[in-house]
Design a protein around this ligand. Structure first.
Ligand code: FHN
Length: 418
């Protein structure tokens, strides 16, 4: 069974193991949902939610012409926010390829008046600017006849459609994405959950990807525990270990690098009516909370159909970036620790330094970190370097907070350990 549902016996190559470390060091990435659905300004599920027939929906391609798209601007927005990588939708559930592909005419180069490949521009710009690029790739397809959305599944195959043809199509496109676009470091699968009983042929697909480039990080948003062949595990709208959304109920945390993704407002794709913006403070805390749970934070934007990123997003991202700029040493390159999240916040660590991220000021005049095993020689505020008094006992360490200049989002205390 395992052989057909995962890359059984997968042993990550040394390039892959190195990439996993690099991935974990990066900590903060930009997720981008952008497609012909952006025109309607009602999210990326608009075709399905508004029951738009596929042949009618396809007409959107005729007027997708993002003249304002500028890869340089997007990459600068990410860099200014302190983000180290970008994960962009190459093909979402509507089946429209946002890249030039030989294997479907339903793509941005052939089917739109734009006639250009924004993913190629983005890949080149990312490479130039030292930003890593991952491609989101939907397994689910609402329109292709060989996928046959809605078909009953029997013996691992949809009864309608042509499953072998669909699997071949995905392999062909993935080969293009990995071999044509410079510097691609990850594939982010989504949509598995739509067909739990089908044989997705991950054994072949994962093996192909790793053969084309052993360093590529494969993640699959199947909301389950990781399968052999995967290189990182993601959690949607949940910090690892939480299950606020219902997506993570079966997502037992495995031993792979972790990532959690979240939206800035309530939508992945551009939504013109959604003003439910998270604050800078909430987003900083999400990033910190993820780092403290040993996970990366992939924060989503849905650019507008003209290719611009709305100012509400760019302003908030710039503000997050200002905080990250000052406090980055407590985030980048860190790992979670054996100290569980505390009522006041989380702990990250790097080498001989631990960082206590105090997000909720304790009622007492001290912060208590339980079970610190190492001998602590110094505690100081990361913000201004001022030393803090502390007492270390068997059960943990008490850091006294007299005179602390609190940061509303997260006050970072730096512990030097021996
Ligand atoms: O259905 C998608 C959704 O549109 C979006 O892409 C998110 C991102 O994590 N994933 C799916 C739902 O699990």
């Amino acid at each position: 069974m395992l052989a057909t549902f995962a890359q059984a016996g997968y042993v990550p190559a040394k390039e892959n193991l190195a990439q996993r470390q690099k991935f974990q060091d990066m900590k903060f990435g930009m997720f981008i949902h952008w497609g012909i659905y952006s025109i309607l300004g009602d999210g990326e599920w608009v075709m399905h939610n508004r029951k738009i027939p596929y042949n009618n929906y396809k007409r959107l391609a005729d007027f997708f012409n993002p003249q304002e798209f500028n890869a340089k601007e997007w990459v600068q927005v990410a860099k200014k926010a302190g983000m180290k990588y970008i994960t962009i939708t190459s093909r979402h559930h509507d089946g429209f390829s946002m890249f030039g592909t030989k294997f479907s005419k339903y793509n941005i180069v052939d089917a739109t008046p734009y006639h250009k490949d924004p993913l190629m521009e983005l890949a080149k710009e990312c490479q130039k600017e030292g930003i890593e690029l991952h491609f989101y790739y939907s397994l689910l397809d609402w329109g292709r006849p060989d996928y046959a959305f809605g078909s009953e599944i029997v013996d691992g195959k949809p009864v309608k459609g042509d499953w072998d043809s669909y699997i071949k199509f995905m392999k062909d496109q993935l080969t293009e994405l990995i071999t044509k676009y410079p510097g691609v470091k990850g594939i982010w699968f989504d949509g598995d959950w739509e067909r739990r009983k089908v044989n997705w042929h991950y054994d072949e697909i994962y093996a192909l990807i790793h053969k084309l480039n052993p360093a590529i990080m494969i993640g699959n948003n199947h909301h389950l525990a990781p399968k052999p062949g995967e290189d990182f595990q993601m959690f949607e709208k949940d910090l690892p270990g939480q299950n606020h959304t219902g997506f993570s109920a079966d997502a037992t945390i495995g031993n792979l690098p972790l990532e959690t993704c979240e939206t800035i407002n309530g939508s992945w794709g551009f939504d013109i009516k959604d003003n439910n913006y998270k604050t800078t403070k909430q987003l900083i805390r999400y990033l910190v909370g993820a780092a403290g749970r040993n996970a990366n934070f992939l924060l989503n934007i849905g650019p507008m159909p003209n290719g611009k990123i709305q100012p509400e997003f760019t302003d908030t991202l710039a503000a997050v970036g200002r905080w990250v700029n000052k406090n980055g040493e407590s985030i980048y390159g860190t790992r979670g620790t054996y100290i569980d999240p505390q009522p006041w916040g989380v702990v990250t660590a790097k080498g001989k330094t631990m960082y206590a991220h105090v997000m909720d000021k304790p009622a007492e005049a001290y912060v208590f970190i339980p079970g610190v095993k190492e001998k602590v020689s110094k505690v100081a505020l990361l913000g201004n370097g001022s030393s803090l008094k502390f007492k270390q006992q068997q059960e943990g360490i008490f850091i006294y907070t007299d005179g602390v200049a609190w940061d509303d989002a997260d006050t970072v205390m730096k512990l030097t350990v021996q």
